[in-house]
Design a binder for this molecule. Structure first.
Ligand SMILES: *[C@@H]1O[C@H](CO)[C@@H](O)[C@H](O)[C@H]1NC(C)=O
Ligand SMILES: *[C@@H]1O[C@H](CO)[C@@H](O)[C@H](O)[C@H]1NC(C)=O
Ligand SMILES: *[C@@H]1O[C@H](CO)[C@@H](O)[C@H](O)[C@H]1NC(C)=O
Ligand SMILES: *[C@@H]1O[C@H](CO)[C@@H](O)[C@H](O)[C@H]1NC(C)=O
Ligand SMILES: *[C@@H]1O[C@H](CO)[C@@H](O)[C@H](O)[C@H]1NC(C)=O
Ligand SMILES: *[C@@H]1O[C@H](CO)[C@@H](O)[C@H](O)[C@H]1NC(C)=O
Length: 358
């Protein structure tokens, strides 16, 4: 009997290490009330992870990596979906869940407020193992969206601060509150918001299970961009359980064109497939691009990226450098002493501000 008890305990312990609980920071650009974000949060918490949300107080779609902090101590208008009234502090907790925070700033600003204020002051400076953004309402496919999407911006802000990050985006673009998640659908499958969250959860779980315990979930400076296709559960079951496919950023993806309206004298954007935004320069060129996989078949795309924008070594970079010399000198890294910002005093930081590129 004792032996069986020990065996059960061992098995339980093994199971525990298998689904290791991690510490997760969540954000998005649709705001802290988003149905997709809340469904994802619910699933991660139910799996035993420590989860903190710091997300914009309202829709910050399209802000990319801009870091904009409010100049007002209090909210001048009510939050999205009226979850928090006007006059509330610009940074605060959701009235129904103390681990869900809103902030009146861009997604990247929310990441920084989480890391530099909320975590140290309210969570004992807890270490974060993984940042997850989204799932966003609407896909973010290709390199042009990498710098445009606030969900991606909040994610690469975290990656830049040493944290493994994954941006999730889904093909259903109706921005809904978590208070509106349909219990039943025509297909019998869950609400699309729930399905996008389940798919995102499955990917996080696979990454945790596929990574040796104690090892970083992604190498330093690496991130993942995940897109899930339009989920049809509201009408039928033609796309309710998409498989994931390994992809790359470039290939069939859009940039913008400016579309002029002669009557109004105004421009709006149009989607345009250009060669520049779709050239394979880095990574595995044999992989399919994100957009054809997600828009043309019921599949999810998974691209691995880094935050290093440097061009690869080779004749092309060499040619550009040769054209610029001798105006632009070659200096080895060792000869140029770069002060680590870490070591800078407050005065130094103040003095170095003009160097910052906005
Ligand atoms: C959120 O902001 C984006 C970009 O400004 C806009 O296209 C979208 O319609 C907004 N969504 C809502 C629900 O207001
Ligand atoms: C603004 O926020 C502060 C601190 O949260 C609060 O004490 C004050 O009452 C608020 N002011 C207004 C005008 O709502
Ligand atoms: C929080 O932890 C980080 C390292 O993980 C450290 O650099 C920072 O100084 C700590 N902040 C506080 C307020 O303890
Ligand atoms: C299923 O629903 C989607 C819209 O959600 C529609 O575009 C598609 O044509 C439908 N497919 C079938 C087989 O009815
Ligand atoms: C979802 O629920 C809302 C109200 O809760 C209802 O108005 C809407 O028609 C439902 N949509 C679907 C597709 O079931
Ligand atoms: C230009 O704008 C007017 C007014 O909004 C609209 O009626 C018209 O359809 C637009 N034209 C085009 C070509 O989109």
């Amino acid at each position: 009997m004792k032996l069986v008890g020990l065996f059960t305990a061992l098995a339980a312990a093994l199971l525990c290490t298998e689904s290791a609980a991690i510490s997760i920071l969540m954000g998005n650009d649709d705001g802290f009330g988003s149905a997709q974000l809340r469904e994802f949060y619910r699933l991660l918490k139910a799996d035993g992870h420590e989860v903190l949300v710091v997300a914009p107080v309202d829709n910050q779609s399209g802000q990319g990596g801009r870091s904009v902090f409010t100049a007002s101590r209090n909210l001048t208008t009510a939050s999205e979906f009226n979850l928090v009234p006007a006059g509330s502090p610009s940074l605060g907790r959701d009235p129904t869940d103390p681990d869900i925070w809103y902030y009146n700033g861009t997604p990247a600003a929310c990441t920084f407020v989480a890391l530099d204020f909320v975590l140290p002051r309210y969570y004992g400076n807890r270490t974060i193992d993984l940042y997850v953004g989204g799932p966003n309402y609407g896909t973010n496919l290709g390199g042009f969206l990498y710098t445009l999407s606030g969900t991606m911006g909040g994610t690469y802000a975290a990656i830049g601060r040493d944290i493994p990050g994954i941006a999730f985006s889904g093909g259903n673009s109706e921005q809904r509150s978590y208070t509106w998640i349909n219990a039943t659908t025509a297909s019998g499958s869950p609400d699309p918001a729930t399905i996008h969250a389940e798919l995102s959860f499955k990917l996080v779980k696979q990454l945790i299970d596929g990574t040796p315990t104690g090892q970083r979930l992604l190498p330093l400076g690496y991130g993942i961009n995940v897109n899930t296709p339009f989920i049809t559960s509201f009408t039928n079951d033609s796309c309710v359980d998409p498989p994931f496919v390994q992809t790359r950023f470039t290939g069939g993806s859009f940039t913008d064109i400016a579309v002029y309206n002669e009557t109004t004298g105004l421009f709006k954007y149009g989607n345009f497939i250009a060669e520049g935004v779709n050239r394979c320069i880095n990574g595995d060129c044999s992989l399919p691009g994100e957009l054809p996989v997600v828009d043309d078949s019921c599949s999810g795309s998974v691209s691995v990226f880094t935050i290093d924008y440097d061009a690869p070594l080779g004749p092309e970079q060499g040619g550009v450098r040769a054209a610029l010399s001798p105006l632009v000198h070659f200096e080895s890294r060792d000869r140029m002493s770069v002060k680590a910002r870490n070591g800078l005093s407050k005065e130094d930081l103040e003095a170095s501000r003009p160097l910052r590129h906005e």
